[in-house]
Structures are given as structure tokens and as C-alpha cells.
Design a protein around this ligand. Sequence first.
Ligand SMILES: [Zn+2]
Ligand SMILES: [Zn+2]
Length: 198
Amino acid sequence: MKAKIAYNYYFDYESKIDTWPEGTSIVPHEDHKTSIYDKEKDDYIINDYYFEIYSKNPDSYFCSPSAKTLEEAEKLGYKKFQEYVNCIEHEFERRNYTTGVGYCKHCNLFKSEAFLPSTLCIICKQPTNFCYDSIKNYYCEDHAFENKDEKYLNEKKELELFKEKMKKIKESKFEREKFKESLKNVMHAIADSVSIEK
Ligand SMILES: [Zn+2]
Ligand SMILES: [Zn+2]
């Protein structure tokens, strides 16, 4: 089976390998590390390409080595993938990550949920990676609003303002009409921008 090419906006590329397992997507990229800015053309000259590769079988995510052509990069990615497939038994280790990701000791396979996060919610003491504050106290999804970090306080404030606004709109006919009018304007603006694009 050929890999599904995701986000193929810039490259009209079709997978050249038909033995990827089902559920594999590959995302073509230019390698910006080796691209050179051409002053005259005001554009970048691309020298190398690589793929981001997501597979469900085995569950994996990695980047292929870079190569001069997309076809070559896909081949190199596939070779790396075969190392994962042929690993007899993955043995994951956290290395320096606390989020729960793991790398296989033998083939280097990256797995996003190999472990539970090693950080605990400060409130309920459950392993979580959901959010943390400026002094690196972690909060799970249920206790995220206990996070007194500015960013989360602002989000909380915005949510409350929005709720208040919606309540007003519900309760007052005048506010409802105003809201409808503003929606109409948004729809017109979208319609205009679409017809300009055409
Ligand atoms: Zn392995
Ligand atoms: Zn919690």
C-alpha cells in the first residue's frame, strides 16, 4: 500500500513505495537547514528534502534523513522504518523526557505514549502533562483552572467575559439583534473575500 501524502500543498508528490503498511502518512518538507537565499530571485533555493513519517503499524513518528530528491528521501525514510519493523522487541526508555514519550533502546523508535508522564498534578497527584505554571507546578485537565499562571488566568478571564456576553445576548432582544447584525457583517466579509479569491 502506498503512503498517504499529507499536506502536499507545495509538492505534487506521489509515494513511490507501495509496501508502506496501512495507516502511514508522510509529509514532504524542504530542508531549510541547507537552503540558500537567492537575492536576485528573492527566493530560497532548496537543496534537500525530507519527510515527516507517521505510521500506525508500528505506532511511530520520525523524520527521514534529508536527500537531494523527495524520492530519495522517501527511500531513506522507508529504510529507517524497516529498522523499527525488524526490531525484535522494543524496549522503551524515557531518556530526558518527562512527558511520557519513549525511545527504543535498540532501534531508536519514538513512541509518543510509551509511559505515563512523570510529572504529577499538584492538586490530585495524578500523572499529567496537561499544563504547568511559571514555577513548573503541573495541573491536570480537571485542575487546569487552579493554575494561577498569567496565561491561564487570562484564558479564564476571556472565557468568563465570553460567557457573560452570551448570557447578555440571550437575555436582551436589543443585544440579540446587535449580535445578528455583526454575524451578518462577518458572513458578508467572508463572501467578499471568497469572490476576490476566485
Ligand atoms: Zn526497537
Ligand atoms: Zn489534578
